[in-house]
Every structure is written in C-alpha cells, then in structure tokens.
Design a binder for this molecule. Structure first.
Ligand SMILES: [Zn+2]
Length: 58
C-alpha cells in the first residue's frame, strides 16, 4: 500500500478587513491518506504527530 498523506491546517474566517477576506489559524488540522486514513478535525499538534508517524510506518 502506497501512503500519501496530506495535512491540511484549518483556517477560521474573520470579519473582512477593508473588504478583504481575513483568516486566522484555527488550531486544528486534518490528516488524510490515500489508504483511507482520515482523522477529521483534531488539534494541530496531534495532526503533525500522526502525519509523521503514519509516514514512518509506511
Ligand atoms: Zn496511509
């Protein structure tokens, strides 16, 4: 099985600043993999750890 993980950091939308869309890190992230892994929204630190461990395990 080929593992190809992708980590996506969640962004939180803020009220527009001077009509520009504004975002800030939400502190959560999701990790998905071609093998079917999908962590859903979990704390960012945990997501980075899972991403690293999942690659190491492949
Ligand atoms: Zn995988």
């Amino acid at each position: 099985m080929q593992h190809s993980t992708s980590l996506t950091r969640d962004l939180r939308e803020l009220p527009p600043i001077d009509s520009w869309a504004a975002f800030e890190p939400a502190g959560t992230a999701t990790v998905a993999c071609s093998c079917g892994l999908d962590t859903g929204h979990i704390p960012e630190g945990e997501a980075f750890a899972i991403d690293r461990e999942h690659r190491a395990a492949s």
